[in-house]
Design a protein around this ligand. Structure first.
Ligand code: ADP
Length: 352
């Protein structure tokens, strides 16, 4: 992960100073002292600050400095100096190669994790939508054909009011059937019996942040966490709770996509709420929640996104409810949105 842009110049300056010190030590000491090997530490430290090309250029500079020190050194045996300089250059080269490999592997892992996160959300939501679409379509089609029939009954001369009334009753019954389907499907998601255990909410938050890291970095979101010390373990389904945290993080990223880069700040704060509850607040500085009714965001199918399904928060509420907690949305004074959920504390249960 690259260092924060504001700290980068300072860190680079410090690395420059270390390189100068290594160069001086390598030049003024005896040929037998292989100070050039310390450039490897510089390469390792710089891997968090520089992109791939920058790191290769830095390695080249280190190798040139090693060669220069060799020519400027006045003490010791020439042959030992030659061997030590060659070893130093080799160490720099190998370290750079391994560091680049490691960084590439880390980037691949982050990308895969972010994809996994999106796929996990999309597949739950996608499966649900397919079954809803299928089940709701039937009563809707029946409603449409009954409505047409009742139009025909009413268009007759004289209008057949009795038949029209019967078809209206059928329309009403089908409308109830459609809403029952929705209620049943919502019940299904709630009914995925949670596998509850005691776990550390702080750790769960950190894991989800690590999983979302590349997504957050890609959108230039700066994250601040305030994870309370000594929190008791919560008693809930860890995987489900992490799904909720992941969903809140992704929603925050989406909400901040349109605001200026400097404003893209996300904070996650855990706290004890009395003796038997623990809370997590996820606060962003994005576009904010609807003014008139922030709680609307929890309604199924309520979305403002072109490709949104409006099910993430509805599912999140179902999950938190099923785990005996509460979730709410707030419009904080400084703008943006804040989602807060609480979960019960584990009382003497196993702690994972
Ligand atoms: P989706 O992301 O598919 O729209 P959600 O249920 O997760 O479904 O969210 C519903 C709606 O709530 C979003 O379309 C958005 O308008 C609003 N919303 C959710 N999270 C935030 C947030 N952090 N800031 C502003 N609006 C939000």
């Amino acid at each position: 992960m690259p260092a924060l842009p504001s700290r980068r110049p300072l860190a680079l300056l410090a690395l420059g100073a270390v390189m100068a010190a290594i160069f001086a030590a390598d030049t003024v000491t005896d040929y037998a002292v292989a100070a050039a090997c310390f450039y490897a530490a510089v390469i390792l430290a710089a891997s968090r600050l520089l992109p791939r090309r920058g790191l290769i250029a830095l390695a080249a500079v280190c190798i040139v400095l090693t060669g220069l020190s060799f020519f400027l050194t006045r003490f010791g045996t020439y042959r030992i100096g030659l061997v030590n300089s060659a070893i130093g250059m080799l160490v720099i080269g190998i370290t750079t190669y391994l560091t680049l490999k490691m960084e590439a592997a880390k980037a691949a892992v982050h990308e895969a994790q972010a994809r996994l996160l999106r796929v996990a959300r999309a597949s739950t939501v996608g499966e649900l939508t397919t079954s809803i679409a299928h089940e709701v379509n039937q009563p809707l089609a029946a409603i449409a054909s009954s409505a047409e029939a009742s139009q025909r009954w009413l268009a007759q001369q004289p209008p057949n009011v009795d038949k029209a009334r019967q078809t209206l009753a059928r329309i009403l019954a089908d409308a109830h059937r459609a809403s029952d389907v929705i209620a049943r499907i919502r019940g299904l998601t709630r009914g995925a019996a949670p596998q509850r255990q005691g776990f550390d909410l702080n750790l769960a938050v950190e894991e989800m942040l690590a999983l979302s890291r590349s997504e957050l970095d890609q959108h230039g979101v700066v994250v601040a966490t305030v994870l309370a010390d000594g929190l008791p373990p919560v008693f809930a389904d860890r995987v489900q709770v992490q799904q909720v945290i992941g969903n809140l993080i992704l929603n925050a990223v989406d909400a901040m996509a349109e605001v200026p880069a400097a404003q893209r700040r996300l904070s996650l704060v855990t706290a004890g709420e009395g003796r038997d509850q623990v809370s997590l607040r996820v606060r962003d500085r994005g576009v904010g929640l609807p003014l008139e009714a922030p709680e609307r965001v929890f309604d199924a199918f309520w979305t403002t996104k072109a490709l949104g399904l409006g099910l993430g928060l509805s599912l999140s509420r179902s999950i938190i409810d099923a785990n005996n907690g509460q979730i709410r949305a707030e419009r904080p004074a400084g703008g943006g949105a804040c989602f807060v959920f609480t979960l019960p504390v584990a009382t003497g249960g196993a702690h994972a």
